[in-house]
Design a protein around this ligand. Structure first.
Ligand code: KIV
Ligand code: NA
Length: 275
């Protein structure tokens, strides 16, 4: 079944959980899509897990367009949601609409995601008015890492928790179709999920959300620079890859690979003339 922003809302209304994973390339997106995952996020986490930066600040529009196009080619049923990178929407409403439009037209995204609450409401409203679905993102918003002073759990005191609840309501009113809640107490995420009618997608926000999202390298055990508490390893693909790479190296060095079955032949009579 084709997933859309409408089926996202239906899922919440019917108490069905939404499963979302990140992807950044065609082959991985295709596997995730074929596994029946509802949505693929082309996250700006690509700055970390694909490009090797230690945060998401340096990710550009060109990076996001490049990877969004690749992911969209691998998706038949999953909704493709592409992150707006740092400074592609904070600067003005005009920039936000132009860049969201590029992610849809050139990046083939079905929706865009941007970080923040009250600070970005005019942007959310304007992008939605342009018929581009917007997913919000509250809590630990990594583009604000330098303002937060590190990757830390958000919304633990009364003032911060109140602000998060208000921001979620404001995003819904501005027309967002869903909102990611990252790294906040599970009880607060549950409360926000009850207070708004659009789906909440949690990452490090507990089981009370309407859906979940993880970075695929985290859940496959392929990225070990940072391993947050909220990551569950559903596979040990990193170890498997390393084992296969080492086996390949060994077989090349001992001339075990390639064998005849991997090689092409030609007529001996022709070959003899070449000697
Ligand atoms: O960039 C990303 O992968 C994200 C998710 C962690 C929500 O924004
Ligand atoms: Na992101």
């Amino acid at each position: 079944m084709k997933n859309t922003t409408v089926t996202f809302q239906e899922a919440k209304n019917n108490n069905q959980k939404i499963a979302m994973l990140t992807a950044y390339d065609y082959s991985t997106a295709k596997l995730i899509d074929e596994a029946g995952v509802n949505a693929i996020l082309v996250g700006d986490s690509l700055g970390m897990v694909i490009l090797g930066y230690n945060d998401t600040i340096s990710v550009t529009m060109e990076d996001m367009l490049h990877h969004s196009r690749a992911v969209s080619r691998g998706c038949e049923n999953a909704l493709v949601i592409t992150d707006m990178p740092f400074m592609s929407y904070q600067t003005s409403v005009y920039d936000a609409v132009v860049n969201a439009g590029r992610l849809m037209k050139e990046g083939r995204a079905g929706a865009v995601k941007l970080e923040g609450g009250r600070e970005v409401l005019p942007q959310v409203e304007a992008i939605v008015k342009a018929s581009i679905p917007v997913m919000g993102h509250l809590g630990l918003t990594p583009q604000s890492i330098n303002a937060f002073g590190g990757f830390k759990v958000q919304g633990k005191n009364e003032k911060a928790a109140k602000k998060l609840i208000e921001d979620a309501i404001l995003l819904e009113q501005a027309g967002a179709f869903a909102v990611v809640l990252e790294c906040i107490p599970e009880s607060l995420a549950k409360l926000i999920t009850q207070r708004i009618s659009i789906p909440t997608i949690g990452i490090g926000a507990g089981a009370g959300c309407d859906g979940q999202v993880l970075v695929y390298q985290d859940m496959l055990g392929m990225y070990s620079d940072i391993t947050p508490k909220f990551v569950k390893k559903f596979g040990n693909v990193g170890e498997e890859m390393k084992k296969a790479f080492a086996e390949y190296r060994k077989e090349v060095s001992t001339s075990v690979f390639p064998a005849m079955e991997h090689s092409f032949t030609m007529d001996d009579s022709i070959l003899n003339k070449l000697y």
